[in-house]
Design a binder for this molecule. Structure first.
Ligand code: GLY
Length: 360
């Protein structure tokens, strides 16, 4: 059993253990006196794990019900949350009760948002079942839904009261979704841990439990320093500005989030290396690792397509867009670029920019 304690506005523990979902009731009972627990899950995950989670909650005295929505990012909408509200109302869910988010990032973000807003906020538990949600979205309290204008535009910071990570759930995950998660795992190595990066590069089949633990520990450190995402937390967005632009260019199909982040991170690192802001050889190390984990190293799109698609990015503030650049593997910095100067900045290939302008 591995355990990571997170000290934010609401402090909580993250447990990583094989088979832990069958003990959900025990862990949830430790953190609440709730009478009712509502499991929120989607049509992919509910048939696999909802009964097991429900049985365990029942065993520990919870009155349980299960809300299941159609799987897919396109359901991450206020209309689905409204259906959740109706379900919560029909089941008399009070402020003292609890929501259990069982599934990947869409489920966690949306059930978290329902928890943040139902009766102005009730407790919720994250049981992430994809690698991406285990290493990233289930930790740190970002909850959201998408609008037609963009992803995650409406949301709230609302920390879970408990996170249960069961690596056994990854055995049912299609390969592509494992690769999707590895895009984020590699990101953690790039921004904060040369040791993690090297383990991923050197070992044939690195211990997944240890990898999840290391990623979650890095995320905990960052989130504890900057819960509301006003500074350091932006480093978690390495590769994401170009990644989100690529997702938009692909019209959110044909490329996963982790794949887009991987391709975006590599393109960015090639550019900053050419500009003399990143140690020579860094992009090549990243390229080799992405290939090893079956992640894309190129896309049909060039900077000419990608730069305009960064407009409206959530990482913009006023007239600036904050990028995360690598100094080296395991060492990054935040670098704001004026939106009006984006094209100039990225066209300055080969010219050196002073790294001293960097923040963080
Ligand atoms: N996934 C980025 C963050 O939690 O800040």
């Amino acid at each position: 059993m591995r355990k990571v304690d997170v000290k934010t506005g609401r402090s909580y523990s993250i447990y990583i253990e094989h088979g832990i979902i069958s003990e959900t009731g025990k862990y949830v009972r430790e953190i609440t006196k709730a009478v009712r627990a509502v499991i929120i899950s989607d049509t992919n995950v509910a048939p696999l794990y909802a009964a097991c989670v429900q049985d365990s909650l029942n065993e520990y005295g919870f009155e349980t019900s299960v809300f299941v929505f159609e799987a897919g990012e396109e359901r991450k909408r206020l209309s689905t949350v409204e259906q959740m509200y109706a379900f919560l109302a029909e089941h008399n869910i009070t402020r003292g009760d609890i929501i259990v988010a069982l599934g990947g990032g869409v489920t966690g973000d949306m059930a978290g948002f329902a928890a943040a807003t139902w009766l102005r906020g009730i407790s919720f538990v994250q049981i992430p079942t994809t690698l991406l949600s285990q290493v990233d979205s289930s930790v740190g309290g970002k909850t959201a839904v998408d609008l037609s204008y963009g992803k995650n535009l409406v949301g709230a910071f609302w920390q879970p009261s408990l996170v249960l990570i069961d690596p056994d759930t990854l055995t049912t995950l299609p390969d592509r979704f494992m690769r999707d998660g590895f895009g984020e795992v590699i990101k953690y190595g790039c921004i904060r841990s040369k040791a993690l990066f090297e383990r991923l590069a050197d070992e044939d089949s690195p211990d997944l439990d240890e990898i999840i633990y290391e990623c979650v520990s890095i995320k905990r450190d960052v989130v504890e320093n900057d819960e509301r995402d006003t500074g350091e937390r932006a480093i978690l967005n390495f590769g994401h500005t170009f990644g989100h632009a690529l997702e938009k260019l692909y019209k959110y199909s044909g490329i996963t989030h982790g794949e887009a982040v991987a391709a975006g991170a590599l393109l960015l690192t090639e550019i900053t290396e050419r500009k003399g802001m990143t140690a020579p050889g860094t992009a090549e190390k990243l390229r080799s690792l992405l290939i090893k984990y079956g992640l894309p190293t190129e896309t049909p799109y060039t900077l000419k397509d990608i730069l305009p698609a960064t407009s409206g990015d959530k990482k913009s503030s006023g007239h600036k867009l904050s990028f995360v650049f690598l100094r080296n593997i395991g060492d990054c910095f935040i670098y704001p670029v004026r939106i009006s100067e984006l094209e100039d900045f990225f066209n300055l290939m080969g010219k050196k920019s002073p790294v001293s302008k960097a923040v963080g």
